[in-house]
Ligand binder design. Structure first.
Ligand code: ADQ
Length: 489
């Protein structure tokens, strides 16, 4: 790369994701308030400074006028963000419709919402057209900002059509695509009416990445069974063109959590929490309020544990912090009501005048409050029904080097493959098993806790988000070089 001041300049990395890492709120005709919004990807890329990163994505707001678009573009440029402007109808059909109503449940093995099934089938074509249109709009913006030598890294199920659009613009563009959700069994994927088009588009990328080897295997077998292509140990081959497919398990910026625990305000917070819950073991759940996270199942398992273990009723508390998401979708509203109803019932049943067994918060916590909570927790409960990886389990481990608490982890989270030996793995659908695991975790001897924690802590501190991003991009660079060598031979 070009030298600047005698130093090699960093490679430019264009990270393309549905949402930018900032949410924009309009304050006037040409004034904007930008708020950093934390999601899994943003958190993962926070610690990566190997590249000159630019973000390309939707700012989460409808900006129909040119003045607004120009001023927002300018404001975002200071945060190294480039907006894609999507109008309300496209957002409705592409984001709420095709992405969140079709791909999200399907990739998590949840099927379609029962009562909407026929309606969804009918509106499928228009939603898929909007999806392709939106992906093309992302491609236009990438193409406009792309410079030779850049690496383009497309993220997630929102942008499966993007690799194809980008390669149509410029076959030389280095394009990688990474999926943050599970990729389901080919038997599930083949029910999608647009199954072939999506696979072919993803295959236009040079490198395709998944969190686990299983997801990569499902993808390759979908390409074999649905498209009739050859799967090789390297990836998928189509008429001599190889698309490399591999597993790149994501991590977290573990040092950021470990350092935070040393801050005076976090220490104060930890002290307050310890006083507040003195004499009780603390159990913790931190999730987006989404059906994939298995929150009702988790709470029912906790109820079963209290039912079967009366001695624990005033000695344990479950703190469930659930950030509401997709609040305008009826299924999510229903889930919120369901969780509130179960929590209310259990607190009514087992609470006393001075204490309740479950503290449920419908909100997000700031980073320092979250670190303090992780640090005082005795048992973390991650019971996702399916989860691409699950970063909460990693964050908990990073904050537990003093306490050495126990992680109860769903076997259906990608993290089960990396933290499996350190965590207690459970089937979240089996509340009897989860209830028994709670009892086991709360009484686990110190030496076993220590051993399990060391295993997890080592993994979380070695396999960081920085390592993840650097490995993916360097593999992408290598893949492109190898492909060029192959075509020259
Ligand atoms: P998510 O489904 O959002 O991510 P997860 O991996 O757990 O799930 O990441 C959530 C992030 O949001 C964590 O950093 C967590 O700290 C934060 N968060 C969650 N609830 C919070 C709360 N109440 N207050 C504050 N912060 C909260 C998707 C996939 C995952 C995959 C990631 C990254 O669904 O499977 O691990 O992307 O690839």
């Amino acid at each position: 790369y070009e030298k600047q001041d005698g130093r090699p300049s960093k490679q430019r990395l264009l990270v393309v994701a549905n949402r930018l890492p900032v949410a924009a709120v309009r304050k006037g005709e040409d004034s904007w308030q930008l708020e950093i919004s934390a999601g899994g990807l943003v958190t993962a890329l926070l610690g990566v400074n190997e590249f000159e990163t630019r973000w390309i994505g939707w700012a989460g707001v409808n900006v129909p006028d040119e003045v607004g678009q120009r001023s927002l573009t300018k404001a975002l440029a200071e945060k190294r963000c480039i907006p894609v402007f999507l109008d309300e109808e496209v957002v409705h059909q592409y984001y709420n419709g095709y992405c969140n109503n079709i791909l999200w449940p399907l990739f998590h093995y949840l099927g379609l919402p029962q009562e909407d099934r026929l309606a969804t089938t009918r509106s499928f074509q228009s939603q898929f057209s909007a999806y392709k249109k939106a992906n093309q709009m992302f491609a236009d913006v990438v193409n406009e900002h792309y410079e030779d030598g850049d690496v383009v890294w497309c993220h997630d199920y929102h942008l499966m059509f993007l690799p194809k659009c980008l390669k149509e613009y410029n076959i030389e563009m280095k394009v990688g695509w990474f999926l943050h959700t599970p990729f389901p069994s080919s038997e599930i994927h083949r029910t999608l009416p647009s199954r072939s088009e999506l696979l072919r588009s993803v295959l236009a990328a040079d490198l395709v990445g998944f969190h686990t080897y299983d997801y990569a295997r499902h993808f390759v077998s979908a390409c074999t069974r649905i498209l009739g292509l050859e799967g090789t140990p390297e990836g998928v081959e189509d008429q001599g063109k190889l698309t490399r497919v591999a597993a790149f398990p994501i991590g977290i910026d573990s040092n950021r959590f470990i350092r935070a625990l040393e801050l005076p305000e976090v220490k104060d917070h930890i002290r307050e929490l310890k006083e507040r819950f003195a004499g009780r073991k603390v159990m913790l759940g931190v999730d987006r309020l989404d059906m994939i996270k298995g929150i009702p199942q988790k709470i029912l398992a906790f109820e079963k544990f209290l039912e079967e273990n009366p001695v624990w009723r005033d000695k344990v508390v479950l703190l469930q912090i659930a950030v509401p998401t997709r609040t305008d979708v009826p299924e999510y509203q229903k889930l919120t009501c369901q969780v509130h109803e179960i929590v209310g019932r259990i607190n009514g049943r087992f609470g006393t005048l001075t204490a309740v067994p479950i503290h449920h918060l419908d909100r997000s916590l700031d980073f320092h409050a979250l670190c303090a909570l992780y640090a005082v927790t005795d048992v973390a409960l991650v019971t996702s029904l399916r989860d691409g990886m699950n970063l909460v389990s990693y964050e908990f481990v990073a904050c537990q080097d003093e306490k050495k608490g126990v992680l109860i982890l769903s076997e259906f989270a990608g993290a089960a493959q990396s933290l499996g030996a350190g965590a207690i793995l459970v089937n979240p659908w089996n509340i009897t098993e989860v209830a028994a695991s709670i009892g086991y975790a709360l009484t686990m001897p110190a030496d076993e806790r220590e051993k399990r924690h060391q295993h997890n802590f080592m993994h979380v501190t070695i396999h960081t988000s920085q390592e993840w991003a650097e490995t993916f991009v360097s593999e992408l660079n290598d893949t492109v070089v190898e492909a060029q060598l192959r075509t020259r031979q």
